[in-house]
Design a protein around this ligand. Structure first.
Ligand code: AMP
Ligand code: ZN
Length: 460
């Protein structure tokens, strides 16, 4: 197997992956803030790092993948205030929806999914350490990280202090020593959630949450830290500042990976631009696997422009892949590892488009193969390649039976009954009746395909 290389945002270069402990890999990916349904852009890092997680699990004996849930945040507080709902109700419902949506995209659950609200003591301890070491200060119920106190602040995003100061000027606060200082702890009003701390009742800032949870579950330094491009600054830069300064300069993560944006007409898909589709609404129109393929259709570091047409194309591609499996179903698939060419593509900084091109080649070869003994190893390769990328895990029958939420055609059972009636008509040589049944089903969007093994069907 070829070496695993990873594009490290720290060096802006592809580097050979050298794990801290080759028997146990640690990976942290920033998770969702749970106040509303995830949009498809939010799903991109989940799907990308799921594909990496699958690769790491094949290459190393043990992987601990940590993805947090941010369940305390000003957006959540604002939503509770506007809707009158309790914060816990909002966060629990949204977390549940997130789990369902991500499962529909065939993503594996992380090994550990820490909640911010369950790590407040660790956050308070980390903030205490930063104050004790002279990197943070309390002011008016807040605790701030003092950016100029860290000599090499800005290494990940490559920003100079002057740029930081210019960027921070808009939100200048009188209690800050430097305009670029950022919040570690802030006071909570009586009607806001808060925890007692040495600096009064309050709540943590966003960045300290990840530093504290990563340390708790992966230790001071771990292998890979991931998230979307927009997290490089300020979120990841500040995670690095907090963790390094608290731990005598020890790195937080050795490799930083960032996925590109999902865009719509070249604008980043985002809540604020209102140009988003939620995963949930798209799942009513297309299978989750098609969403996953649309999200993996470009290199993970490049932007992907999303459209309904691109989703339809992804569905059509999967129709072809599942079609090849269905038409060769007589050849029992042996189990096999993914082919070396596919593993090499993925090991080269997660070259998913090249891995998908290999799947297309296997599908073409499978469609050309006539004999079952020729088909069997190709089917095995296809299934293993599919699994590596999170595809082809359901039966072709289930895939072709999928129908949109608005589907008001016949049920599976009604279709099966009609197919049996058509078969009986054909056996009785009543061809007008068998044709009528086929045409009637076609008019309801159900296409019958007669093959050697009998009649199969799909919703068109
Ligand atoms: P947020 O809830 O905004 O913190 O986003 C959660 C995750 O989704 C982060 O890793 C973001 O970088 C990522 N993300 C948000 N919008 C997009 C987008 N349009 N394309 C790709 N990733 C995104
Ligand atoms: Zn984070």
């Amino acid at each position: 197997m070829s070496d695993l290389t990873i594009h490290n945002t720290l060096s802006r270069q592809k580097e050979k992956f050298e794990p801290i402990d080759p028997t146990h890999i640690g990976m942290y990916v920033c998770g969702p803030t749970v106040y509303d349904f995830a949009h498809l852009g939010n799903a991109r890092p989940v799907v990308v790092f799921d594909t990496l997680y699958r690769l790491l699990k094949r290459r190393y004996p043990r992987v601990t993948y940590v993805r947090n849930i941010t369940d305390i945040d000003d957006k959540i507080i604002a939503k509770a205030k506007n809707s009158g709902e309790a914060i816990d109700t909002i966060t629990q419902r949204t977390t549940q929806a997130f789990h369902e949506d991500m499962a529909a995209l065939n993503t594996l659950p992380p090994d550990i999914e820490p909640l911010c609200t369950q790590h407040i003591p660790q956050m308070i301890a980390l903030i205490g350490t930063l104050i004790a070491k002279g990197f943070a200060y309390a002011a008016k119920g807040h605790v701030l990280f003092n950016v100029p106190s860290m000599k090499n602040y800005g290494e990940l995003s490559r920003r100079s202090h002057d740029e930081l100061e210019a960027g921070a000027r808009v939100e200048i606060a009188p209690y800050k020593k430097d305009p670029s200082d950022f919040v570690l702890w802030k006071p909570s009003a009586k009607d806001q959630p808060g925890w007692d701390s040495p600096w009064g009742r309050g709540r943590p800032g966003w960045h300290i949450e990840c530093s504290a949870m990563a340390k708790q579950h992966l230790g001071v330094t771990f292998d890979i830290h991931g998230g979307g491009l927009d997290l490089i600054f300020p979120h990841h830069e500040n995670e690095i500042a907090q963790s390094r300064c608290a731990h005598d300069g020890a790195p937080l993560a050795n490799y930083w990976m960032h996925n590109g944006f999902l865009t719509v007409n070249n604008d980043k898909m985002s809540k604020s631009l209102k140009n988003f589709y939620t995963v949930r609404e798209l799942l009513a129109t297309a299978p989750g696997e098609a969403l996953r393929l649309a999200l993996l259709s470009g290199h993970y570091r490049q932007p992907i422009d999303f459209s309904i047409e691109s989703l339809q194309n992804a569905k059509a591609t999967l129709d072809k892949w599942y079609g090849a499996l269905r038409s060769t179903a007589a050849a029992r698939a042996e189990s096999a590892p993914p082919p070396p060419a596919l593993e090499d593509a993925l090991s080269d900084d997660l070259n998913i488009p090249l891995a998908i091109a290999h799947i297309h080649e296997i599908v073409s070869a499978l469609n050309r193969a006539a004999a079952p003994e020729e088909q069997a190893p190709l089917r095995a390769q296809l299934l293993a390649s599919g699994e590596a990328l999170g595809f082809l895990q359901q039966s072709p029958e289930a895939w072709f039976r999928w129908c949109p939420a608005t589907c008001d055609g016949p049920t599976d059972a009604e279709i099966e009954t009609q197919i049996a009636a058509r078969l009986a008509a054909r056996q009785a040589k009543n061809y007008p009746e068998s044709d009528r049944i086929r045409d009637s089903l076609a008019a309801q969007g159900v296409i019958l395909e007669d093959g050697a093994g009998g009649t199969t069907w799909r919703r068109g």
